[in-house]
Design a protein around this ligand. Structure first.
Ligand code: VG1
Ligand code: CO
Length: 571
């Protein structure tokens, strides 16, 4: 533990019964007008975050909005991307100046998003700050981000983030304590003089992995998974040089006895090795090559994103869509010790396919449809209405935390496989046979000019009155709307959550602008069609959805309005 100068003064102060207090500076600042949190926190280019006062203004806006109780504890950590360490030192000093008594920091400034959520819940802290831009690229030319999670461990709801944004536009000063950078690399405590005479401010560096790994071990049948892995069942987990590397080493190597060759890209890097830490078929290329190597492909592959809350599941030469993954987990939940007694209900974001709805109907449990973003699941989980939640964007989790959880989903799959003793593909095929298949795909058009993207959406909306009843090939439009969500727990309403074209046979096209991009606009097109016919279940989604894709282009005039011929990413 490093004992800095102020700390020595504090100790001396005690010895001589003198009173030392922390020096706090009140810094005059000018407000920025662009600090609106998106789908998951505030994300901007690193260069923007490095501007003087930029991070400080945003953090102070949170502290001004929240009523921080006396002796409050803040959890702090990030995905290790470029600028993480500096930001952590700044936030520690601001937390001290704003009346927190303790900050729990993940060792080396690391905490995955689900681990941070768990630490907040386990130690019942006054929330936490997670420094991450998740799946966005890192490094000096990449993105940085920050999000605040409330005491239940989940992302701050819109009511809070709206207030924070309003505050950030008028802020004139922030408070920051004046002490040297604190050691965040060694587990232990640094004690500093507090705001008042006799008070202490503590920075506690915690093992970033242990609490989380213990939680996983308490949920899943580790003995069964261990036996599976020892039986010759070969897996590969790709951490994409992001935050889950240390977690994967502890869980797969130490606790589950997997060989070291099971892990790839498990050294966290500030720039994620130059890649996009986004676990999908485009960006998780290393893993995809291994898992689609024909006869040489391994049995199971998985990857997670920058901050560890996303997951991609692959079988031998087989890709599981996240929407299907959620449905399979729900259908097989009772095979996992933590969910053996059954699940209370499920929730999915609106653009996520209706595959899980079919499972819920069969299990006779409720299924909720929320807007995109994990913050909308928290109320339902707190109220005990749902146990499992998921999004089409490679996010799945349960009420064990209040965030999506990448490694949790991987372990859930391994637990199911260990019990069923079937391949990933066999599990999916059997699932489709029982429930039918919701054929699904998302097409992303990244970094298009905002005006063009807005014009596409406006053009679709201008057809709302003429589209119903219109025929497009074999499809007829039943209705179209803008999705609104009425939270059944707190009564809040969220409008404009995606533009939907619903067809008479239950298939649909959804258009939505991303709330996490940092360059221009990203337009997402979500395509879904239901296929009950088993003889067509093997078809590639792009083939099965070809007609819907053409219709989406026709209704949106996307090519004419953006000049783009093809999506940037297809998932
Ligand atoms: C995307 C996904 C959304 C997810 C969000 C945060 O948002 O679509 O489902 O919750 O990222 O995920 P958007 O607004 O760009 O579509 V993560 O892993 O960045 O915390
Ligand atoms: Co993420």
């Amino acid at each position: 533990m490093v004992v800095d100068f102020v700390n020595i003064l504090y100790i001396l102060g005690n010895q001589f019964e003198m009173s030392f207090v922390m020096q706090v500076n009140i810094v005059t600042t000018s407000a920025f007008q662009d600090q609106k949190p998106g789908t998951s926190g505030l994300r901007k280019k690193v260069k923007i975050f490095q501007q003087p006062h930029y991070l400080e203004n945003f953090v102070q806006s949170f502290f001004d909005t929240l009523t921080v109780p006396e002796h409050a504890t803040l959890v702090l950590g990030g995905d290790g991307r470029y600028h993480n360490r500096q930001a952590i030192q700044t936030i520690i000093k601001m937390a001290a100046a704003n009346g927190f008594s303790r900050v729990l920091v993940g060792q080396a400034g690391i905490l995955s998003t689900p681990a941070a959520s768990h630490v907040i819940r386990k130690y019942q802290t006054f929330g936490g700050m997670v420094l991450s831009a998740s799946h966005n690229q890192g490094g000096i030319h990449g993105d940085f981000g920050i999000k605040y999670n409330i005491g239940n461990g989940g992302p701050a709801p819109e009511k809070i983030t709206d207030e924070v944004f309003a505050r950030s536009k008028v802020i004139t000063e922030y408070k920051i304590a004046d002490f040297a950078d604190v050691d965040i690399d060694n587990i232990g405590e640094t004690k500093l003089a507090g705001l008042q005479a006799g008070e202490v401010f503590t920075v506690q560096v915690i093992d970033a992995v242990a609490d989380y790994a213990d939680l996983m071990q308490s949920l899943f049948d580790f003995a069964a998974i261990k036996t599976l892995l020892a039986s010759g069942f070969e897996i590969k987990f790709d951490a994409m040089h992001a935050v889950t590397g240390p977690y994967a080493k502890e869980i797969f190597l130490k606790r589950l006895g997997a060989p070291a060759s099971s892990l790839v890209n498990c050294e966290p890097l500030e720039d994620f090795g130059g890649g996009h830490p986004d676990p999908n078929l485009t960006y998780a290329e290393d893993l995809v090559n291994i898992m689609f190597a024909g006869e040489n492909a391994l049995d199971f592959g998985a990857a997670s994103d920058g901050d560890g809350d996303r997951n991609m599941i692959l079988g031998q030469n087989f890709f599981v869509t996240p929407s299907d993954s959620l449905a399979v987990l729900a259908a097989n939940a009772t095979l996992v010790p933590a969910y053996a007694a059954g699940i209370a209900g499920v929730a999915r974001s609106m653009p996520t396919s209706g595959a899980v709805d079919r499972v819920a109907a069969k299990l006779n449990i409720p299924c909720y449809e929320t807007p995109t973003g994990w913050k909308f699941f928290g109320n339902l989980m707190d109220a005990g209405k749902v146990t499992l939640c998921g999004e089409e964007s490679f996010g799945t989790s349960s009420s064990h935390v209040r965030e999506k959880d990448g490694l949790w989903a991987v372990l859930f799959w391994l637990n199911i496989i260990a019990v069923k003793k079937q391949s990933v593909e066999a599990i999916l095929k059997a699932h489709w046979q029982e429930f039918g298949r919701n054929v699904y795909s998302r097409h992303d058009y990244e970094a298009i000019p905002s005006e063009a993207a807005n014009a596409v959406i406006a053009h679709i909306k201008s057809q709302f009155s003429s589209l119903p009843g219109a025929r497009f090939g074999s499809y007829t439009v039943a209705s179209c709307d803008d999705f609104s969500y009425h939270d059944p727990i707190d009564g809040s309403v969220s409008h404009n959550q995606g533009t939907r074209i619903l067809f008479s046979d239950g298939s649909r096209i959804v258009f939505r602008l991303s709330g996490t991009g940092t360059e221009g606009a990203t337009l997402r097109i979500y395509l879904e069609a239901f296929e009950p016919d088993v003889s067509k279940h093997h078809l590639d989604a792009q083939v099965a959805l070809a007609e819907m894709i053409t219709i989406a282009m026709q209704i949106s005039e996307l090519k004419q309005r953006t000049g783009r011929d093809a999506p940037t990413v297809i998932t």
